[in-house]
Design a protein around this ligand. Structure first.
Ligand code: BES
Ligand code: MN
Ligand code: ZN
Length: 514
């Protein structure tokens, strides 16, 4: 198997026109009169070539568009990449992140070896340079990511490594950019790690293999530990939910628990947070089997759990002053002679019973055991993340994940993190009316509601397993993958959740410090 592209990222002080590079990326807004300062400076050196692009209407600086101008020996860079930033009044840090992603994506496509970013310059003093450095780093990893581990014949080959540098002529600016860049590198790499695990198919990753990956990760970081419960240990504990969902597969289920921070030891004043992620390594629907079309996409039904894994990696590498549990119930949902069936009544880890009306509503059945485990660890805050419902995709499309919860403050905190990270959320209800639909006549709960509001009834089911903890639920069924490549990144897993959850935890740690 090929390794993913090794992206090396750093900052460097250099004059823009003297920067020796394959590709120098600069930003340009669409609604500003004339060229911005840096473009104007380079335009003179390039004998008016940038101005020509605009004059002839070949480049309008719309967001997502780019244009190339050749250096021709007039500047030290071989090529100049103009990256459209759209309207200045709409600019956020995500505009910068997207611009870096676009430039990095182009650099990989063009197979250049050195990419130099001067994108921050167009934003002037609008954003803190450290936050800017972080956004550029996150975008660089996002945009340069490719998944081709199993492609043995690549026609023209592809780069094994890419060197990226964020440059400025002012040393003070370079050092500010560098501060955030280091955080961004950790988050960007964690997201790429998550995307690779998510993209691996179900014949390569099953629950035991995922558990091994989690253990492998924990071994590389001193503050991270990992415990895995196999099917026998789960049976002894009474984790009937995960066991039921996994019962039809040849690959047994696993209950993965990562711990960051010396939980409980000398850090008692730190809040304890649980991240709970659904990791169904393949969701065939089980006995309530899914139609054939797009069933292959259900290899991505593990991305919630993998987003938790990626976030744990980032949080541990950042050394945040928090206690964090990463709880990943993992199973393969398959039909077979040993599968759980519609009509079955399952006793979950909480002791509560669930009537299974549809074996394809399996996510909530594994998650409820994960949530109960978090409650038993006395976590103050529980955030779960799951590719839970098609109904959420119907409601919100592919741009935003659903956000449900029982605590306004936690939901607000997550929405702020969503804005900052560019991984967007939209609030949805999950209260009493929806919970009412999940009552069963023969058990405590049933696993499906009525025809309507499927994302909300699913959340209402989960809500009943969180006890008194502050809880939020992220339904990422629509955002976890893109069917096709965009100007910002390749198709497949988006790694959605790693930036969002890490940002949320960074902010939480920051607010506790004050
Ligand atoms: N993993 C699916 C949800 C999903 C759908 C994720 C599309 C990504 C894209 C989940 O397990 C599922 O099958 N949910 C059912 C629930 C229903 C049976 C109540 C659904 O949404 O159809
Ligand atoms: Mn399902
Ligand atoms: Zn599923």
């Amino acid at each position: 198997m090929k390794a993913i592209i090794d992206v090396k990222l750093k900052t460097r002080k250099t004059d823009f026109s003297k920067c020796k590079t394959d590709l120098l990326a600069i930003g340009q807004f669409s609604d500003t009169k004339g060229l911005d300062k840096l473009s104007a400076e380079l335009n003179i050196k390039l004998n008016g070539a940038i101005e020509q692009l605009f004059k002839l209407g070949d480049f309008k600086a719309k967001q997502g568009t780019t244009a190339i101008v050749y250096g021709n020996g007039r500047i030290a860079a071989r090529r100049l990449l103009l990256v459209g930033l759209g309207e200045k009044k709409k600019a956020t840090l995500d505009t910068a992140r997207k611009a870096a992603a676009n430039a990095a994506n182009k650099a990989v496509g063009m197979k250049v070896e050195i990419l130099s970013l001067a994108l921050h310059r167009a934003f002037g003093a609008r954003f803190d340079l450290s936050a800017m450095g972080r956004a550029l780093a996150e975008g660089t990893y996002f945009g340069s990511y490719r998944y081709d581990e199993f492609v043995t014949e690549s026609e023209n080959g592809r780069l094994n490594s890419l060197s990226v540098e964020v440059i400025d002529s002012d040393l003070a600016k370079v050092s500010k950019l560098n501060k955030g860049l280091c955080t961004g590198v950790i988050i960007g790499k964690a997201q790429s790690y998550a995307r690779t695990l998510a993209n691996r198919p179900a014949n390569v990753i099953n629950p035991p293999v995922l558990a091994e990956e989690a253990k492998k990760l924990a071994k590389t970081i001193a503050t991270l530990s990992c415990t895995v419960f196999d099917e026998k240990q789960m049976a002894a504990k009474g984790m009937g939910g995960v066991l039921a969902v996994g019962s039809g597969s040849k690959s047994p289920p696993r209950f993965i628990v990562l711990k960051y921070g010396p939980v409980g030891k000398g850090t008692r004043t730190w809040p304890t947070i649980a991240l709970v992620g659904k990791a169904i390594t393949f969701d065939s629907g089980g006995i309530s089997i899914k139609p054939a079309a797009h069933m292959d996409e259900m290899k991505l039904d593990k991305t919630g759990g993998i987003a938790v894994l990626g976030t744990m990696k980032a949080v541990a590498e950042l050394g945040l002053p928090l206690n964090v549990y990463g709880i990943i119930p993992s199973a393969e949902n398959m039909p077979g002679g040993t599968s759980y069936r519609p009509g079955d009544i399952v006793t979950t880890f909480s002791g509560r019973t669930v009537e299974v009306l549809n074996t394809d509503a399996e996510g909530r059945i594994v998650l409820c055991d994960g949530l109960s485990y978090a409650v038993k660890q006395n976590c103050d805050i529980i955030i779960d993340i799951a590719t839970l419902t098609g109904a959420c995709v119907v409601a919100l499309g592919k741009y935003m994940a659903g956000l449900m919860g029982n605590d306004e403050k936690l939901m607000k905190q997550l929405q702020t993190a969503a804005q900052e990270s560019g991984e967007k959320l939209w609030p949805m209800p999950s209260g009493d009316e929806y919970a009412e639909e999940m009552k069963s006549k023969v058990a405590d709960l049933k696993n499906t509601g009525s025809k309507w509001g499927g994302a909300c009834t699913a959340a209402a089911f989960l809500r009943q397993f969180v006890g008194d903890a502050k809880w939020a639920h992220l339904d990422i069924a629509g955002t976890e993958m893109s069917e096709k490549a965009t100007e910002y990144t390749t198709q497949g897993s988006s790694g959605f959740g790693v930036r969002l959850l890490t940002t949320s935890l960074v902010n939480l740690a920051e607010s506790k410090r004050k």
